[in-house]
Ligand binder design. Structure first.
Ligand code: AN7
Length: 350
C-alpha cells in the first residue's frame, strides 16, 4: 500500500482530536542508516545508526510534528498559524500551512537563521518577521499573540506537535524490530526529546519494546539544561539550537532522568568536527544535527558510556543543505583550470 504520511501510518497511536483533517506531505518514513566506520572510530564493538531526519519534505524532523499541528488547526477552523523559530520550525510551518490553505506568520531572531531555512520560508510563501531579539523572546511574543488573537500556535508548546514527533520513536522500533539501547539527539527547545520519550514509552506499553537511555546534547554556549538555569545570551554555531530557555526543559530533564540517561553539552568545535565525520560517511547534516552524535563520541571518550555490545541510534535532525554557509565560508574557492584534456589529465592522474 502506498505510503501516505504519518497521520495515516500511525493513526491508531496518535492522540489527535476527531476534528483533525489530515494535511500531509508524506513526511516521516526516514531511513535508519548504519554507520559502522563511525562506530569503529569511537572504539568499535557496537552497532551505530543515524536516523536521518533531514530527508523529511522540508529537510528537518519538524515536519512530523507539523503535519499533526496543522491538521488539527485546519480541522478546528483556524485561518492562520504563528510560530517563533530558529528556522526549521518556520520552514515546516510555512509548507504545511500553505498546503492547508492557511496564513502562516513566522517570527525569527534577526540575522540568526541559516540561509536554506529562510529561503524555504520565503519559497513556501509565509510572512516572515525578523525581530530584534532572541528566539526565546520571539517565542514569548508569539505565545502572547496566540492567546489574544485567532492565531494557532504551532511551536512545540502545542501538544499535537509532540504527538506527531513521537512517531520517530515508533519508526526506529519498527525498523530495528526492537528499541535501541541508547538514543542520542540534539536538544534546543526540548520538544523532540520529550516526544521521543513519549513514543518509546507508548511502544513499551503497547508492543513490549524496551526503553532506551536518552542522551540529549545541547551546544555548550546554549546549554541551560546543563547549567541548571536559563542562558540570557545563548551563542553557538549551531543556530538551530541557539536557545536559552527551552519551553519543554523540565519535561526533557525528566525524560532523560527517567530513561537512565542525561543531558550534556558539546562545544562548537566538537559539533563541527562531527559534522565533518558524518559528511565523510555521505551524510551531510546541519551543525545542530551533529550534536547528538558529537555528545556520544564525547561520552565514550570520557569513559562515561561503555557502548560495547549496544545498539545506538543518533538522530540527525536536519539536512546540511539548510545551512550551506557554514561550509562555503570556510572552503577555498575550487581551483579553476582551462578546458584542456592534457592539463586536466596531468592534474587528475599525474
Ligand atoms: C535541526 O526551528 O527550535 O529540542 O525553531 O532545528 O525539539 O527544539 C529548532 C530546533 C534540533 C532542537 N535540530 O529540537 C526551531 C527550533 C534541529 C533543529 C533542534 C532544532 P528541539
Amino acid at each position: 500500500m502506498a505510503y501516505k504520511g504519518l497521520l495515516e501510518r500511525y493513526a491508531h497511536l496518535l492522540d489527535l482530536p476527531a476534528h483533525t483533517r489530515a494535511v500531509t506531505l508524506h513526511e516521516g518514513n526516514t531511513p535508519l542508516i548504519p554507520v559502522p566506520r563511525l562506530a569503529e572510530g569511537m572504539g568499535g564493538g557496537f552497532e551505530l545508526y543515524v536516523k536521518f531526519e533531514g530527508l523529511n519534505p522540508t529537510g528537518s524532523f519538524k515536519d512530523r510534528g507539523m503535519t499533526a499541528a496543522i491538521s488539527e488547526a485546519l480541522g478546528r477552523g483556524s485561518k492562520a498559524v504563528i510560530c517563533a523559530s530558529t528556522g526549521n520550525t518556520a520552514a515546516s510551518a510555512a509548507a504545511y500551512a500553505t498546503r492547508a490553505g492557511l496564513r502562516a506568520v513566522v517570527l525569527i531572531p534577526q540575522g540568526e537563521v541559516a540561509a536554506g531555512k529562510l529561503a524555504g520560508v520565503v519559497a513556501y510563501g509565509a510572512e516572515v518577521i525578523q525581530v530584534q531579539g532572541s528566539f526565546d523572546e520571539a517565542l514569548s511574543m508569539v505565545v502572547q499573540l496566540s492567546e489574544k488573537h485567532p492565531l494557532a500556535l504551532v511551536n512545540s508548546l502545542n501538544p499535537y506537535r509532540l504527538e506527531g514527533q513521537k512517531t520517530a520513536a515508533f519508526e526506529i522500533c519498527d525498523t530495528l524490530e526492537a528499541a535501541p539501547d541508547m538514543l542520542c539527539l540534539p536538544v534546543g527547545n526540548a520538544g523532540n526529546i520529550s516526544a521521543y520519550w513519549m513514543g518509546f514509552k507508548q511502544y513499551h506499553q503497547k508492543q513490549n519494546t524496551d526503553l532506551p537511555k536518552l542522551l540529549g546534547v545541547q551546544a555548550a554556549g546554549a546549554a541551560p539544561l546543563v547549567a541548571g538555569h536559563p542562558i540570557e545570551q545563548p551563542e553557538t554555531v549551531a543556530t538551530a539550537i541557539r536557545i536559552g530557555k527551552p519551553a519543554r526543559g523540565e519535561q526533557a530533564l525528566e525524560a532523560a532522568q527517567e530513561s537512565g540517561g542525561r543531558i550534556i553539552a558539546a562545544s562548537d568545535e566538537e559539533i563541527l568536527a562531527m559534522q565533518g565525520r558524518l559528511a565523510s560517511e555521505g551524510i551531510w547534516v546541519e551543525p545542530a544535527s551533529a550534536a547528538g552524535m558529537a555528545g556520544l563520541a564525547k561520552e565514550i571518550q570520557a569513559g562515561n558510556i561503555d557502548p560495547k555490545g549496544q545498539r545506538i541510534v543518533a538522530v540527525c535532525t536536519g539536512h546540511g543543505l539548510k545551512d550551506p554557509d557554514i561550509i562555503t565560508q570556510q572552503m577555498e574557492t575550487p581551483e579553476v583550470l582551462p578546458l584542456d584534456l592534457g592539463v586536466l589529465e596531468k592534474r587528475i592522474v599525474g
